[in-house]
Design a protein around this ligand. Structure first.
Ligand code: DHB
Length: 375
């Protein structure tokens, strides 16, 4: 996304992707695009397949105490909505867009280290085609995820980490089954959280709260379906089942480093921050980061004005912390918390009832979910 935004400003870049094209185009990840993410993809001319295949949603449902309640987005947010479109589909569209520009994109090019971050010509050492190579550039965007080398290359003591662990994880399932409900369902239950989502009219995406160190082998398909039925089941409603196409465990963590920059390296997305998936914010935050960064880089090349670059971290972190709070809040409201303390459960139910009975409380959830225009 950053490379494309820079391309549109006439700025060249080299994209180094550690994995193969095949891998990144098929790895199953998140699926919810905020209104602003969709608008940006359209604006930069990469929204054509998204408009054709994306599933536009006007709300979500919250389920607890045997009832489902719909939160309607457009009426609560001045017409904003979300689109369900797999992250790997966004990745495919971005790759196709990049290849069309003719500018460089290297697959299986693994960055090993960043050097001379404090000088005018920082370097990336990377492995490609069996050789170690060096790329000198004006600026480095560290978009290499939470285990990448970018954050690790910043000298010790510069970045301050903020962290929260959760005593659970998600088991995610992709199944060849038509979605069982129009909308996403976020279900709070005594047995733990469950989420019903989808990818297409024939593919369902489902998640279950499980133990943090859960072993995937403990979850044969029939156990997963059974547990989904128990947590999501309602009178008169059927959970559609089908062949399980993919199954995996997703950890839950909140993490931020401040600042998101040092010298000539600018961290974006998971390299700088992680949110638990309950608020559907991860990919959207990464896109929001590089939008700020692209504007700052554009201004610097146009006029030599460094102020946008200097402010990058402060500006990006405002949205990051808002999303950190929202993701923590959704996570805390919807999961069975450690130990199953009855006081916690009463508070969670009181909060869920409030969100579903007060338009003002519902509007707060809705505006965060579809993505705030300003933070
Ligand atoms: C999906 C993932 C999420 O984390 C979420 O909150 C909603 C939907 C999904 O994969 O469809």
């Amino acid at each position: 996304m950053l490379a494309h935004l820079l391309h549109l400003e006439g700025i060249d870049s080299v994209v180094l992707e550690a994995r193969s094209r095949e891998y990144v185009e098929h790895r199953v990840r998140a699926g919810v695009l905020e209104q602003g993410t969709v608008d940006l993809l359209r604006e930069i001319g990469l929204g054509e397949r998204l408009d054709r295949e994306g599933l536009v949603h006007d709300g979500i449902e919250l389920q607890f105490a045997g009832e489902r309640h719909r939160i309607d987005f457009p009426s609560l947010t001045g017409g904003r909505r979300i689109t369900v479109y797999g992250q790997q589909e966004v990745v495919k569209d971005l790759i196709a867009g990049r290849l069309q520009t003719g500018r460089p994109l290297l697959f299986e090019a693994e960055a090993v280290a960043l050097d001379e971050l404090e000088g005018d010509a920082p370097a990336i050492r990377f492995r490609h085609d069996g050789e170690e190579r060096e790329l000198r550039c004006d600026l480095i965007a560290g978009c290499d995820g939470s285990h990448g080398v970018s954050r690790e290359s910043v000298p010790a003591g510069v970045l301050r980490p903020f962290e929260r662990e959760y005593p659970f994880a998600w088991l995610g399932i992709l199944a060849a089954a038509p979605p069982s409900n129009e909308e996403l369902i976020y279900a709070y239950s005594e047995r733990g959280f469950a989420l019903h989502s989808m990818r297409s009219p024939t593919v369902t995406r489902l998640y279950l709260q499980v133990e943090p160190d859960e072993d995937l082998d403990e979850w044969p398909d029939d156990r997963a379906w059974n547990e989904l039925e128990r947590r999501l089941g309602m009178e008169g409603w059927t959970l559609n089942t089908g062949e399980v196409l993919e199954k995996g465990i997703t950890g839950m963590r909140s993490f931020v480093v401040e600042p998101m920059q040092h010298g000539r390296v600018f961290l974006a997305g998971d390299a700088a921050h992680i949110v638990p998936p309950t608020g559907a914010k991860g990919m959207n935050l990464a896109v929001a980061d590089v939008r700020v960064l692209a504007d700052a880089i554009g201004a610097w090349y146009r006029s030599g004005d460094e102020s946008g670059l200097d402010r990058y971290s402060d500006v990006a972190l405002r949205r990051v912390w808002r999303a950190e709070h929202f993701s923590w809040w959704m996570t805390s409201m919807l999961h069975r918390l450690g130990g199953g303390d009855p006081f916690d459960a009463k508070l969670q139910l009181a909060q869920l009832r409030y969100v579903c009975s007060s338009d003002k409380a519902a509007a707060s959830l809705a505006e965060n979910y579809v993505g705030l225009e300003t933070v």
